[in-house]
Design a protein around this ligand. Sequence first.
Ligand code: SF4
Length: 473
Amino acid sequence: MFDENEIYSLIEKGKKKSGSITEVKQILAKAKKQALCFSTSSEYVQGLSEEETAVLLNLDSSNLELMQELFDAALYVKRAIYGNRIVIFAPLYVSNYCQGGCLYCGFRHDNKAIKRKKLNHNELIDEVKALQAQGHKRLLMLMGDDPAYTLDEFVEAIHVVSSVKTATSGEIRRINVEIPALDKEDFKKLKATDKIGTYTLFQETYHRPTYQKVHPYGPKKDYDWRLNTMDRALESGMDDVGIGVLFGLYDYRFEVLSLLKHANHLDKKYGIGPHTISVPRIQSALNTPFTDNLEFALSDLDFKKVVAIIRLAVPYTGIILSTRENEQMRREVYNLGVSQISAGSKTEPGGYHEEKCSSGQFFLNDIRPTHEVIYDLVKMGFIPSWCTACYRLKRTGKVFMQIAKKGEIQDCCHPNALLSFIEYLLDYADQKTRELGLNLIDKEIATVPNLKKREQLIANIEKLKNGTRDLFI
Ligand code: SF4
């Protein structure tokens, strides 16, 4: 798919050009101008080129003035495309059995310190009820890679999860999955559930020698099989795919350029770029010494730089942030391009309804309950969104990409985000969040530019207040 030497050559050329402040400013200006075009023309916008991205990646992080210009440009682009929405989800781990030997992961097979568990149907139901009680409507289901939990069991689990309903209006409306690399037959089986949103899989590192070093044994050992997973997924009918890198395994400049090449490859070949790009940074995990001394650990400043650059390079993609980051860092990157976050997360199977039921994949740095994360977002002026309209109206795959690349995400997502937020405020929020949230919504209604949509929104808000649920336009 791509040549490592080409990436090193891009990095070297970028390094030379990054010394020119004029060049850097021109790139940032281009990124902002593209975002402006988004809202005013019917042109597709492609984001930055690989060469331009390489220049930004080589920016001297100690040049705080220029870094601030980069961050400002990322915020500008994010606002133009995504507005002030942040999509909320929770991970649901169904099994932590794993044959993998991934050195950075607490679930790895040889980790004898870990307590293993796979959820039976009743436990799954209890997990979903606990998540619904927090207001969650969107889940990311995950499992380890082990015959102890087969794909057939996972498919059954998907049906169980989607069948659970609790008062008030508790239901899971979108299930994304992050499960091991599948072959085409298994992707078809997953697709046949007709309940899957995005299929996500991280390459972890695109650097082949590092990949081999950190995956000494197990099903994940084969670099090429993993790299080609998204091709198999899209060729088997999956609509939306998410990619990502585990930052800290190798040089972030190499990783971001590889991510970009991967995104461009999928976009060019299938007309479907990555629906999401995830930006996990390695965190420590139980009995996982590999994470203690990382040669390529990403500093906070460089992490912010990476998020901002991905926003400029792939403006149409959703950027996903997990609770690996602490609350302060999470607040900072909301303004740099992140558009989806997990909240109230547990990485232990059973962790939402039981204490000490099993062991987690890694330690979390944001352990706030969901309602605190939501309150914090609202205080900052963000609209938490549980919207699932696109997926349920079949605006997925190529159709979604066309909307996203024309910058029309805002147009359909903003009113629907508001509707999902009102549901949360009415059904799950405490008094202070409800008051703050309803005030914010009042201000936001006036910002919906399309008058017809604004009227629909106002009418639907009334219906929600009168007890109707699950409305979108
Ligand atoms: S990263 Fe995935 S495959 Fe590797 S040990 Fe962890 S759960 Fe298993």
